[in-house]
Design a protein around this ligand. Structure first.
Ligand SMILES: Cc1cc2nc3c(=O)[nH]c(=O)nc-3n(C[C@H](O)[C@H](O)[C@H](O)COP(=O)(O)OP(=O)(O)OC[C@H]3O[C@@H](n4cnc5c(N)ncnc54)[C@H](O)[C@@H]3O)c2cc1C
Length: 328
C-alpha cells in the first residue's frame, strides 16, 4: 500500500469540498471495499477523507410514507431497522444475503452503492482491464468470463455490478440524495445512478468527483409482503451472486396491478426487466403468466463464451422469485 494523507471531517460540506479539490482523493466510509482495492494497488488515492463520523445515519419515515436511509447507516442496522423490515422486506432480504455479518457491521449504504466490480481482471494488475486502466483492453471478454455480464456489456467491458442491496433498491425505484461540493443538493433516480460501460467503463455511476451521497429515499409502495429476493451463488454464503432477482408484485383480487423485476450479477448495473414488468401489469395471476414474464426477461440476453448458463439460470430464477413474491 502507498502512503496517503488521512483527514477526518465533521460536516458533509467539508467532506465534499476536500475531495473535490483533489482529483486523487477519496471518501472513506466503512473501508471494506476501498482498503482492499488500495492493498491490491488497484486504486491508489493519495488522500482519504474519512466520513464515517458524519451524522448521516438516520433511518426515518418520509412525508410520502416511504423510508429514508442515511448514507452512513451500516448495512446491518439498515437491514434490521423495524421500518425497513416491515415496509421493505425485499431490502432486508437483499442486504442480509450479502457478505458476512462482520462486513455488514462495517459496510455503509453509500459505500455499498459505490463498491466496485469483482471482475478478476479488474483486480489482477498483470492483465488488461479498461475499467482499471482505460485503453488497456478487456481481458474478460475473450477470456475467463463465467462471472461476466449477459446484458448491456460493450466491447470495452463485460464486468458486472456486485451489490445485492442495489438490486432491491432498483426494484423499489429508490432515489439517491447527493450533496455537491458547492453546497447544492441533487436527487438521482436509481435507474440513472449506475451506468452501462459503453466506451467509458472506468465510470461506474453518474456522480461527479466530490459529490457525497447523503441518503437514499425509498418511496412508499403497495407491494406489502409480496416481494422476494433470490440469490444464486457458487457457495451457500459469503459469495457474490451469479444471478440474483428482486421481485415485487402488487395484487388486487387475483390480478397483478404492477410488477417489478430487477436482476443482479448479469450487467454493469442492476438490470430492470421493464418489458416483462409491462407484460405482467393487468394480467390475472397464474403460474403460466409468470413463466412467460421470465422468458421475456431474458429475451435480449447476449452471453459470452463461458456464461451461457446464466441465461437459463436467470430465466428460472425470475420465474421462481416471482412465484415466491406472489406466493403461488
Ligand atoms: C469479502 C467480502 C464479501 C462481500 N460480499 C458481498 C455480497 O455478497 N454482496 C454485496 O452486496 N456486497 C458484498 N460485499 C461488499 C460490501 O457490501 C461493500 O464492500 C460495502 O458495502 C462497502 O461499504 P463501505 O462503507 O465499506 O465502503 P468503502 O469501502 O468505505 O467505500 C467504497 C467506495 O464508496 C465511496 N463512498 C463511500 N461512502 C460514500 C458516500 N457517502 N458518498 C460518496 N462516496 C462514498 C468511497 O470513496 C469508495 O470509493 C463484500 C465485501 C467483502 C470484503
Amino acid at each position: 500500500m502507498r502512503p496517503f494523507a488521512f483527514k477526518r471531517v465533521s460536516a458533509p460540506a467539508d467532506a465534499a469540498k476536500l475531495v473535490a479539490a483533489n482529483r486523487n482523493a477519496r471518501f472513506i466510509a466503512g473501508g471494506t471495499n476501498l482498503i482492499d482495492l488500495m492493498k491490491e494497488n488497484v486504486d491508489r488515492p493519495d488522500e482519504l477523507v474519512d466520513i464515517s463520523r458524519l451524522e448521516l445515519t438516520a433511518i426515518r419515515r418520509t412525508l410520502d410514507g416511504g423510508v429514508s436511509i442515511g448514507a452512513l447507516a451500516k448495512n446491518s442496522d439498515t437491514a434490521n431497522n423495524p421500518l425497513v423490515r416491515s415496509q421493505f422486506p425485499l431490502l432486508t432480504q437483499a442486504i442480509l444475503s450479502g457478505a458476512s455479518p462482520q462486513i455488514r457491521n462495517m459496510a455503509t449504504n453509500g459505500g455499498n452503492l459505490l463498491q466496485r466490480t469483482r471482475c478478476a481482471y479488474f483486480y489482477d494488475l498483470g492483465t488488461k482491464c479498461n475499467k482499471r486502466q482505460p485503453g488497456s483492453g478487456c481481458g474478460a471478454k475473450d477470456g475467463l468470463n463465467r462471472y461476466s455480464a449477459v446484458f448491456g456489456w460493450s466491447d470495452s467491458c463485460v464486468a458486472v455490478h456486485p451489490s445485492d442491496m442495489c438490486v432491491a433498491l432498483a426494484a423499489l425505484d429508490a432515489v439517491v440524495n447527493v450533496r455537491q461540493p458547492d453546497g447544492k443538493e441533487r436527487k438521482i433516480r436509481f435507474a440513472e445512478f449506475h451506468r452501462l460501460p459503453g466506451d467509458l467503463p472506468e465510470l461506474d455511476n453518474t456522480l461527479s468527483h466530490g459529490e457525497l451521497i447523503t441518503s437514499i429515499d425509498i418511496p412508499k409502495s403497495n407491494f406489502g409482503q409480496n416481494t422476494y429476493y433470490l440469490k444464486i451463488r457458487d457457495r451457500a454464503s459469503y459469495a457474490f451472486a451469479l444471478v440474483s432477482v428482486a421481485a415485487a408484485v402488487e395484487l388486487d383480487k387475483g390480478v397483478i396491478k404492477q410488477a417489478r423485476i430487477a436482476l443482479g450479477g448479469v450487467a454493469h448495473k442492476p438490470w430492470r426487466c421493464t418489458e416483462a414488468e409491462r407484460f405482467l401489469a393487468g394480467k390475472k395471476l397464474d403460474a403460466a403468466v409468470l413463466k412467460q414474464a421470465a422468458e421475456l426477461a431474458v429475451k435480449d440476453a447476449k452471453p459470452l463464451s463461458d456464461n451461457g448458463y446464466k441465461v437459463r439460470l436467470t430465466q428460472r430464477s425470475v420465474e421462481r422469485a416471482l412465484r415466491r413474491a406472489a406466493k403461488i
